[in-house]
Structure formats: structure tokens, C-alpha cells
Design a protein around this ligand. Structure first.
Ligand code: GUN
Ligand code: ZN
Length: 483
């Protein structure tokens, strides 16, 4: 990294920051248009960032001429700079039970998930888990996630407080669940649960980069009354950008249970729609076993869907069929989700690895263009944030991942036998390494750098370190000091 001797300033007085290297960014959906029209690729590009946003992107030689005052440029070789990855469905509260052995969804929930989530009433425990979760996300180059907390206020506050420290754009909220789960996790009543959700929504939605989601866990764990009140709350706030996030059509045993519980509805999607929960900012996780009329509803209502292949394989759920979701006559917005702790790792590129294999089981493939679109802009589209994050273009928020194209000695050797960048990226995602991300930028700050002494740094610590002669105080919790 080039260290400036003095802070360079632009005419408005705020410092510029540059990132230089090979770059890839998507601007359209390669499932629906010719692939070569869907991305911008620079062999030697420059991103100019200011105040958390991208000011300019282009070929280095051309772009640098317009910024003679720009001296602070991080240069990456043997790497490719992309928008930060987007995880459209993950449970931060399940981080302590990732990799739990041996059961299908409904038993697994009872055996591992509910007991673990019950512990989040304790704020100190919630803080510890949130802290570790963000480290995992940032290490893997994920800069935005759509996240389940759990029943308790403490679980929501711990999550958003940690997100604020990094200045990440995150979506989360209290989980609504008032039946068919242990008392230790159950909402005391439908009315109380909605009052608490609204209180948290008012506290966190649009506070800095934080966004709120109304989260009925899934239809079986909410009474009809809770779903009705959740739908009312969603409809009251939808025009302020509030989300609805839930699970849908994951596994046959779950679908059968929903049929028993809601016999008047013709399918699972209609259960949610009946209560006003299917709308333009509704995000549905899984969607492995979906009827044609449900895809049509998801399309008409402009919902987003999270494809979570590592979780679907681990829990033996079923397979997401992207060719159904992306049917040209009624395409649906799709992004990737890790679904930790059903998912077995925090890496979005490793989800792409599993997505390819799931598609191959059905004699379909998934190339690197479509895959990395899903990991970035596809996720932003699923979350209706495609004008804010997920692409490298002027005006977008400056969230970046820097993918190492030689993440191991063997990978470096294997690269000798590859051709263009998409061939390289396909090999990288297929090797499935946990070490492919070199650095992560959030709102223009390098919050993760695997080669730095302090790998993870909060926004305030980075700002303090950049002030000339400022004392280097840390806002990091010393108990869990980050290295
Ligand atoms: N359906 C309801 N709750 C859950 C959960 O925690 N994980 C998964 N994978 N599916 C669910
Ligand atoms: Zn889930």
C-alpha cells in the first residue's frame, strides 16, 4: 500500500482513496441476457472512493489523469477486485452450532437450533456471537447479509451494534415465533411480539446503513394471528424500505406440515400471501420444491429468493432449480445464501461451488459469469438494493472484496493451465478454499486485511489511525481483541 505523506484532499476537502488491479463488476442478469453484455472487466482498473461511495471506476491509465491529487492507492496483483459478496440468507445466531451432526430439518431444529437460539436472551452471549460472526463474514469478503436474529431484543441489538462498528450495510430483525417451539424461545403473545418488532424497527431501520426486516421464522412456528399482525406491520412500513424475510418450500416434510396447519390455502406461498407477507421486499430462503403457480406469484410480487445449496445438501432438503426460477417468461430475483448453521461455511464463493454440483445433478451447469453475478449483483437485486450495492460504478457504496487468484501453492500452479478470467474464477470457486479473500473494504475502509497485524478493524479505528498524529486508541473490545 502506498502511504501518503499528507492526507490528499479533493476540492471539497475530503480524502480520496484508490484501489487498483484487475476488476469485475456486473450490470445486468446473465440468466436473461447475453453474458458478454452483463459485465465490465478491467485488466488494470482503478476505483476512486470518497465518503464511503465510489466516485469513479475505469481503466487505470485513463482514470488516474482526472485525479492528480489521488496518492493513497492500494494495488493488488494476482487478484481480482469485485463488489463485496452478498449473503441473502443467514442465521448469525446459529454460528455456535454450525456443523451439528445427523438430522433432517425439523429434527435438527429441535435438537440443535432451538436450544442454541434460546441462549440469546443473554446480551453478553449475543455480543460474543455477533462479534465472531462479523469476523467470519468479512474474512470471506461478504459485505452485506440478510440475517435472522432470534426472538429476543438482545439478539437484534447485539447484531446491529456490531454492524455499526464496521459500518456494514446489513438487514436483520427480531424473529417472530409463537408456536411449535420451546417456551424458552417462544414469543409471549402475537401482540407483544409485533410491538417489540415495531420498536426495534423504529430503532434500527435506516440508522446509518442498517435496514430492518420483519421475520416470521416460517409458517409452522407462527399462529395465524401472528402472521396476520406481521403482514399488517410489513404493509405499514414497506414503502420505507422494510423487508419481510422467511423460509419457503425447503423440504417436503415442512411443506406437508404447512398443508396440515393451513388446509384452506392451495400452496405454501399462498399462506404467506394470504397474510400480506408476499410483496416487493419479501425474501424467501430455499425454494427447493416450488409449484409453477408459486413461481408465478413470486415473479408477480417481485420477491427475492435465496439459493442456499450447502445447507440444502447438508440437511438433505432438496435442490434449488435455477432454471425454474429464471424461466424467461416470469423470472424471479435470485441471490446466494449460506444459511449458516444449516450451511457449513460462511463463504459465498463456496456456495457457488455447491450450486454448480446441485445443478449438475439435473444435467445443468452454472458457469463463472452466472455464478459471480449471483454472488454480487444478483444478491443486490434479490434485496432490491441493485442501485446501492453489488456493482462497481459511480454512486454505489464502496464495498469491495479482493479475490486472490493464487490462494494456495497448488492453486497458483493450477492457474498456469487456465485461460481467461472466467476460467480462473471457475477454478477458484471449484477448489472451494476458505482463503480466497485477501481484503475487504466496507464503505471505502479496509476493515479486513489478511496481511495486516490487526486483520479486522472497526471503522472508527481506521479513521483514527488515518488522522496524522492521532493517538491510536482502539474501540475494539479487549476481551475479544482481534488479530
Ligand atoms: N426453517 C425454519 N427455521 C429454519 C432454520 O433455522 N434453518 C433452516 N435451514 N430452515 C428453517
Ligand atoms: Zn434459514
Amino acid at each position: 500500500m502506498n502511504k501518503p505523506t499528507a492526507l490528499p484532499v479533493n476540492p471539497q476537502g475530503t480524502p480520496l482513496k484508490g484501489v487498483r488491479g484487475q476488476m469485475l463488476s456486473f450490470k445486468d442478469d446473465p440468466f436473461l441476457r447475453a453474458e458478454q453484455e452483463c459485465y465490465d472487466y478491467y485488466t488494470d482498473g482503478l476505483i476512486v472512493m470518497q465518503d464511503g461511495h465510489i466516485l469513479d471506476v475505469g481503466d487505470y491509465d485513463q482514470t488516474i489523469k482526472n485525479y492528480p491529487q489521488l496518492k493513497d492507492i492500494d494495488v493488488y496483483k494476482d487478484a481480482i477486485i469485485m463488489p463485496g459478496f452478498i449473503d441473502c440468507h443467514v442465521h448469525y445466531v446459529q454460528s455456535p452450532m454450525i456443523g451439528s451432526f445427523g438430522d433432517t430439518l425439523l429434527n435438527w431444529l429441535n435438537q440443535y437450533t432451538f436450544p442454541t437460539e434460546s441462549k440469546f436472551k443473554d446480551k453478553a452471549f449475543a455480543d460474543e456471537v455477533a462479534h465472531e460472526f462479523f469476523k467470519q463474514l468479512l474474512e470471506q469478503g461478504t459485505t452485506t447479509a440478510n440475517v435472522f436474529a432470534t426472538t429476543f431484543e438482545t439478539s437484534v441489538d447485539a447484531f446491529f451494534e456490531e454492524s455499526e462498528r464496521y459500518d456494514t450495510r446489513m438487514i436483520s430483525g427480531k424473529v417472530l415465533q409463537d408456536r411449535n417451539l420451546p417456551d424458552s424461545l417462544k414469543d409471549s403473545s402475537a401482540e407483544e411480539s409485533i410491538l417489540l418488532a415495531e420498536k426495534l424497527l423504529k430503532k434500527w431501520h435506516h440508522r446509518g446503513r442498517q435496514l430492518y426486516a420483519i421475520i416470521p421464522r416460517f409458517a409452522p412456528t407462527s399462529t395465524p394471528e401472528q402472521l396476520r399482525l406481521a403482514g399488517e406491520l410489513y404493509q405499514r412500513y414497506i414503502d420505507q424500505g422494510v423487508y419481510m424475510h422467511t423460509h419457503l418450500d425447503e423440504v417436503q416434510s415442512e411443506i406437508d406440515w404447512v398443508t396440515q396447519l393451513f388446509p384452506d390455502q392451495p400452496n405454501y406461498t399462498e399462506v404467506y400471501r394470504h397474510f400480506g407477507l408476499v410483496d416487493k421486499r419479501s425474501i424467501m430462503a430455499h425454494c427447493c420444491i416450488v409449484r409453477e403457480e408459486e413461481w408465478q406469484t413470486l415473479h408477480q410480487c417481485d420477491c427475492g429468493v435465496a439459493h442456499c445449496p450447502s445447507s440444502n445438501l447438508f440437511l438433505g432438503d432438496g435442490e434449488f432449480k435455477y432454471w425454474e426460477a429464471k424461466e424467461q417468461s416470469r423470472p424471479v430475483r435470485v441471490g446466494m445464501g449460506t444459511d449458516v448453521g444449516g450451511g457449513t461455511n460462511f463463504s459465498i464463493p463456496r456456495q457457488l461451488n455447491e450450486a454448480y454440483k446441485v445443478a449438475m445433478l439435473h444435467m445443468r451447469n452454472l458457469d463463472a459469469v452466472k455464478s459471480f453475478y449471483l454472488a454480487t449483483r444478483g444478491g443486490a437485486e434479490a434485496l432490491h438494493l441493485e442501485n446501492t450495492i453489488g456493482s462497481l460504478a459511480p454512486g454505489y457504496e464502496a464495498d469491495l472484496a479482493v479475490v486472490d487468484l493464487k490462494p494456495s501453492e497448488f492453486a497458483a500452479w493450477r492457474m498456469k493451465f487456465t485461460g481467461d478470467i472466467f476460467e480462473k474464477l471457475f477454478v477458484i470457486m471449484t477448489l472451494g478454499l476458505n482463503t480466497i479473500n485477501m481484503a475487504t473494504y466496507v464503505a471505502g475502509r479496509k476493515v479486513y486485511d489478511r496481511n495486516r497485524d490487526r486483520k479486522y478493524m472497526y471503522a472508527a479505528d481506521i479513521d483514527a489511525a488515518q488522522q496524522p498524529h492521532a493517538p491510536q486508541e482502539s474501540t475494539t473490545d479487549p476481551k475479544t481483541s482481534q488479530k
